[in-house]
Write a protein of this length. Structure first.
Length: 185
């Protein structure tokens, strides 16, 4: 079985994330895609929304899409290092092909991550385009061709904070969740 792992803050989960999920399945022929909201990132102090809200928004966005949203990093606790996460999933799925989804910006800086060698030993990187980032993807990493959705979670939070409507950048369920709980205002 081919299994993709897509970790991120998802603060909030937006249409760009959804496009990445769909492109990963299409490009690598994934049988399963596991989306893993980050518990505690090593490179930032905190998130704008708590884990439960980020998990709920991601779950709502992907409901019925056939993707799995995992509480793995919450259950494990501590800092969410991708190397540990990928190795743990390698242990859970020892006979399957694992793919780790990563943006071009992260791929460019991948050598600075905590134990990148452990990630690439456990999974094949699927590298997604990011606006303004041009990188040469070196095999065995796989470049993913897709139409870019030029929006970030940071930009969406800033739009909301300024009182502007981010509806066109969000899955309907995420937009409704943000409105219901007054997130990011």
């Amino acid at each position: 079985m081919k299994i993709g792992l897509f970790g991120g803050a998802f603060d909030p989960f937006h249409n760009g994330h959804l496009s990445i999920c769909e492109a990963a399945v299409r490009t690598a022929g994934l049988d399963r895609l596991i989306v893993i909201p980050t518990w505690k990132a090593p490179h930032k102090d905190d998130f704008s929304a708590g884990f439960e809200d980020r998990f709920n928004m991601t779950s709502a966005a992907l409901e019925g899409a056939g993707f799995i949203v995992s509480r793995y990093e919450e259950d494990r606790g501590g800092v969410s290092y991708s190397a540990i996460t990928v190795e743990d999933f390698r242990d859970m799925y020892p006979d399957d092909e694992l793919y780790f989804l990563i943006g071009a910006d992260s791929y460019r800086d991948f050598h600075t991550w905590y134990r990148p060698d452990r990630i690439t030993a456990a999974a094949t990187l699927l590298v997604f385009p990011r606006s303004g980032v041009d990188v040469d993807v070196v095999p065995p990493a796989v470049p993913v061709e897709m139409e870019r959705v030029d929006i970030s979670s940071t930009e969406i939070r800033e739009l909301i904070h300024r009182g502007e409507d981010p509806k066109k950048y969000l899955p309907k369920a995420v937009y409704e969740y943000i409105k219901l709980y007054n997130l990011y205002e």
